[in-house]
Design a protein around this ligand. Structure first.
Ligand code: HGY
Ligand code: MN
Ligand code: MN
Length: 584
């Protein structure tokens, strides 16, 4: 049985509650209370109001909602006592086909989870794309979440209940997140191409990277764009206006990844605009400006330890000296580019003229928990944190682990340990300040040798440069003091110094307006992650639209996830932004 938003807006409160009785398991109070907030301008607004109703309910009512749900492959399943919705959902995930081992694992997880939390484990088993988690993924998620704290699990269970409700509402209203499904499907395709057998690693100019570029080029061309791959590997597509003298609005993000990264970091910001242009092209709809999508070739700095190579080339700031950089296998950047058929002599010609540009708008997964905790599918970025990065080489004296007295050691790893704790302590002193030692190694280390050498990375960021630089100054002085006291030599190499980038209010306002038109309260937040937009900000005004990041907001991790519905809402907002765009 399907219904329409119009009917739900106009029918009696009783009919509204009755029509939605199966959306939240055994909890009619939710649509009964939400009915008072009608009319809803969109399905997204209806979903948000139902979620807000739960958020505003008492803890006991929230616990009652959670406890109204059946266990996964639990007693109610075995006894055939599930609601028709739950029965269908658990069947779609194949939970009625468990092997004896899987069934036993789920029974033990249910028992452990209930004993620890006092309520059942809840997971929207149809998953982020609605196609259903595998039983293996369900058991892995269950095993991961059983280790969480009570409040975190209560919040996650409610988010999973909202996801279940979202999928049931989609079915009830016959809503299919077409663009969102395309974005997720495309992410899966290129997410399968990696430099490593396990996980997604797509470093600059590797075979996986080149294969991904070719696929992006093909999708751009199929979407009606003029597309090419430039001399540094950026994949550039232009959706031309009928007005030959039109200026260009740019969008895009990066398609390289960190080691063992997520499928959406960067890629969403390329695939979503391509899907939106495909939607326009299929309808013969043109824009009053040229739209240029750039798949930036390199942002993460994994292979050659230099970041933003793609966007630096676009703004005419590519340091040609970097072409001599070698990767860990001794392969030079110049050779890697040449091997991919790129002509490095053409790099300077990539530079865009600022006067040709109307601005740059980047769509990116949030990579944090802020939108998730507010039950918001999207947010608008206020500023992008500026990062300073260093590589440190600590040199002490390698000596015998058994005969060197503790008072006579020059232990490089112990010095590194003190430095890491100093970074953690100092960067806890301001809200937007963060400090990370992400790489730490003892070269040629042995169990029975006091480390004579230790290498570590340093990444310090804040929403504003003054906060960041004050912390960095303190940390560098502390590093010097630690190494002096421990008689350790220290060599520092600054590898990144990216200034914080404020987003342009006039562009932010148009993203806010498009978000509000979708029935979602605009929410503004800073970005702790760096993005290509911060490079583009050096030649044009920029803004960013964030998409909610699932799994607690985890990113730079294979667990990074977004739902097809959130990708859909982001794409619809982006489309509406394009259609209503007013140049500064
Ligand atoms: O490190 C960053 O913030 C980005 O993912 N490159
Ligand atoms: Mn990243
Ligand atoms: Mn990114």
């Amino acid at each position: 049985m399907t219904t329409t938003l119009d009917f739900l807006n106009q029918c009696s409160a009783a009919a509204f509650a009755e029509t939605l009785h199966g959306i939240y398991e055994h909890s009619p109070w939710i649509p009964q209370r939400a009915a008072e907030q009608r009319p809803f301008v969109s399905l997204a607004a209806l979903k948000l109001q139902l979620q807000t109703t739960v958020r505003n309910a008492s803890r006991d009512e929230q616990l009652g909602l959670i406890r109204a749900h059946p266990e996964l492959a639990g007693k109610a399943t075995v006894a055939g006592k599930l609601t028709s919705e739950s029965s269908g959902e658990q069947a779609k995930a194949g939970l009625h086909l468990c092997s004896a081992e899987e069934f036993a694992a789920l029974q033990k997880l249910n028992a452990d989870y209930n004993a620890k939390f006092g309520f059942p484990f809840i997971l929207a088993v149809k998953g982020p794309d609605g196609n259903g988690y595998s039983r293996q993924a369900i058991i892995a998620t269950f095993s991961r979440r059983v280790k969480n704290r009570v409040d975190d699990e209560m919040a996650e269970n409610l988010r999973q209940i909202h996801r279940i409700a979202e999928l049931r509402l989609n079915d009830l209203l016959g809503h299919v997140p077409q663009l969102g499904n395309t974005i997720i499907a495309w992410s899966e395709i290129i997410g399968a191409w990696s430099d490593d057998a396990d996980g997604l690693t797509c470093a600059y100019m590797t075979a996986a990277h080149r294969k991904t570029a070719a696929q992006l080029l093909a999708w751009m061309q199929e979407a009606g764009m003029q597309a090419h791959i430039d001399a540094v590997g950026n994949v550039v597509g232009r959706y031309l206006s009928d007005r030959s003298d039109a200026k260009t609005l740019m969008t895009g993000s990066h398609y390289d990844t960190v080691c063992n990264g997520g499928k959406y970091d960067g890629r969403e910001g390329i695939l979503l605009p391509i899907a939106a242009v495909k939607h326009l092209h299929e309808r013969g709809e043109k824009l009053p400006f040229h739209l240029e999508i750039v798949g930036f070739a390199e942002e993460e700095g994994v292979r050659f330890k230099s970041t933003f190579l793609g966007s630096n080339a676009i703004i005419g700031q590519f340091d040609l000296g970097l072409l001599d950089k070698l990767d860990v296998d001794g392969i030079g950047m110049r050779d890697a580019l040449h091997g991919a058929g790129r002509d490095v002599a053409q790099i300077p010609a990539i530079a865009r003229k600022p006067e040709d540009l109307l601005g740059f708008v980047e769509v990116h997964i949030e990579q944090g928990p802020v939108l998730l905790e507010r039950d918001l599918p999207v947010g608008i970025v206020t500023s992008i944190a500026g990062a300073c990065r260093y590589l440190l080489e600590l040199t002490g004296v390698a000596s015998h682990a058994g005969t060197t007295p503790m008072t006579m050691r020059k232990d490089a790893a112990a010095a590194a340990a003190e430095i890491i704790l100093c970074v953690e302590r100092r960067c806890a002193q301001a809200p937007s300040l963060v400090g990370t030692v992400g790489q730490l190694q003892v070269p040629q280390g042995s169990v029975n040798v006091v480390p004579g050498s230790c290498r570590l990375s340093l990444d310090i960021r804040a929403a504003d440069d003054a906060t960041r630089d004050a912390a960095l100054g303190d940390i560098l002085r502390e590093i010097e003091a630690i190494c002096l006291r421990r008689q350790i030599d220290v060599r520092l190499e600054k590898t990144v110094a990216a200034p914080a980038a404020p987003c342009a209010p006039w562009l932010m306002q148009q993203l806010n307006d498009a978000t509000a038109r979708a029935g979602i309260p605009p929410f503004e937040l800073p970005s702790g992650a760096g993005h290509d937009a911060m490079t583009m900000a050096r030649i044009t005004d920029v803004a960013m639209l964030f998409t909610r990041c699932g799994n607690g907001g985890i990113s730079h991790n294979p667990l990074e996830v977004m739902t097809a519905d959130d990708a859909e809402i982001s794409a619809q907002i982006f489309l509406d932004f394009l259609r209503q765009f007013k140049p500064a």
